[in-house]
Design a protein around this ligand. Sequence first.
Ligand SMILES: Nc1ncnc2c1ncn2[C@@H]1O[C@H](COP(=O)(O)OP(=O)(O)OP(=O)(O)O)[C@@H](O)[C@H]1O
Ligand SMILES: [Mg+2]
Length: 263
Amino acid sequence: MPVERLSTGVPGIDGMLGSGIPRGFLVAVTGEPGTGKTIFCLHFSWQGVKEGDKVVYVTTEESRESILSQAEQFNMDLRGAVAEGKAVVIDALMGRASDQWSLRSLNPEDLVEIVLKAKRYLGYGRARLVIDSMSAFWLDKPAMARKYSYYVKKVLSRWDFTVLAVSQYAITTSEAFGWGIEHVADGIIRFRRFVRSGVLRRYVMVEKMRQTPHDLRMYEISIEDGRGLVVLRPGDMRAEDVALPPKVVERMVKAKRREEEAL
Ligand SMILES: Nc1ncnc2c1ncn2[C@@H]1O[C@H](COP(=O)(O)OP(=O)(O)OP(=O)(O)O)[C@@H](O)[C@H]1O
Ligand SMILES: [Mg+2]
């Protein structure tokens, strides 16, 4: 049977994936700050609304209001979808007791509980979930990344969710927040940024997608007001432009070893 794929809402990225993300997958969306992870997740969510999917968006770095306003800048009426009961935005930043869709502690059991509550509220059917970001759940204990990701994937896959889990990538601190999740995830979509000739350029690459003959090239992207994320053309980076400096890699390996020993 052919694999059913969900459009990401960004035609250029669907093209890199041979039409989309296989239903039921958990895909890690990784990258440095400001590279387009949240905006990509908004496209995925809005596409879900347009296709009649149940959409749940968990936001840990920005408030619900910030997410809804950002979506508006790209003509995605996520606010309307929430009002009509087609989507739920769970606020894990500004959580208030009076708000039933707020998450006030960042632990995976509570996350799963509120996501399932949202799914029951939205009703039966194909569903999309964004966790932006998943790294927030293991910020003070990065060695738990793999265990938490595995737990979330295992429970939610039974509920017909296709999941985007954002994982931040902080080379400056040598903390590899994404490592655990990158092995558990069915796919990895990696955003990057470089400054070239004094201009910030952003790129995207599919680093992994099980069951998919995906594009292996890195593409330059732009983020445009009113439109959102647009895939431009394959990038012309040299290996030394994209490789992490050996010293950083060494520090990451050491940090990971220390965490594992501490467990
Ligand atoms: N209306 C807009 N028009 C054009 N560019 C925009 C607009 N809104 C945001 N951007 C660009 O998108 C960037 C933010 O992208 P996004 O929020 O997806 O990053 P991110 O990868 O999620 O970062 P973080 O890890 O910090 O959450 C901004 O820094 C800005 O460059
Ligand atoms: Mg973000």
